[in-house]
Unconditional design. Structure first.
Length: 128
């Protein structure tokens, strides 16, 4: 199956379902031994908000992220965090688990999985 372009998924997912997915993801992060230490405890809500806004923008929704934060520059923004293969794999596992809670069609889920896999791999900046 060829994944559909992600930049038109927002209308199919909607902001409410996207917010539910991100909230489910961060509930898992809060108790995760690998990812939790990467997030400043006093900014977990901020991280949740920024990821949601990034995904709203990237999936073809309102461009608030660009207005508020400018160019995503994801590698630069993630440079302070030691992201290795294990962290990348855990991020994917937690996001997949969060997506399991939603009633996403394959037509929506598959391109999201491909997008998350590519982005998470792109952000690796440390060897194991």
């Amino acid at each position: 199956m060829i994944p559909k372009a992600i930049d038109d998924l927002f209308d199919q997912i909607g902001e409410e379902k996207l917010q539910q997915m991100i909230a489910a993801f961060y509930l898992r992060v809060k108790t995760d031994d690998i990812l939790k230490p990467m997030y400043p405890a006093d900014d977990l809500e901020g991280a949740e908000y920024r990821l949601k806004e990034f995904l709203v923008y990237r999936l073809g929704g309102p461009q608030r992220y660009l207005t508020e934060r400018g160019n995503p520059a994801l590698r630069m923004r993630h440079a302070p965090f030691a992201i290795n293969q294990s962290a990348r794999d855990r991020w994917i596992a937690l996001m997949n688990s969060a997506m399991d809670e939603l009633d996403l069609t394959t037509e929506v889920r598959f391109p999201l999985e491909v997008f998350f896999e590519h982005m998470a791999s792109f952000l690796i900046n440390q060897a194991e």
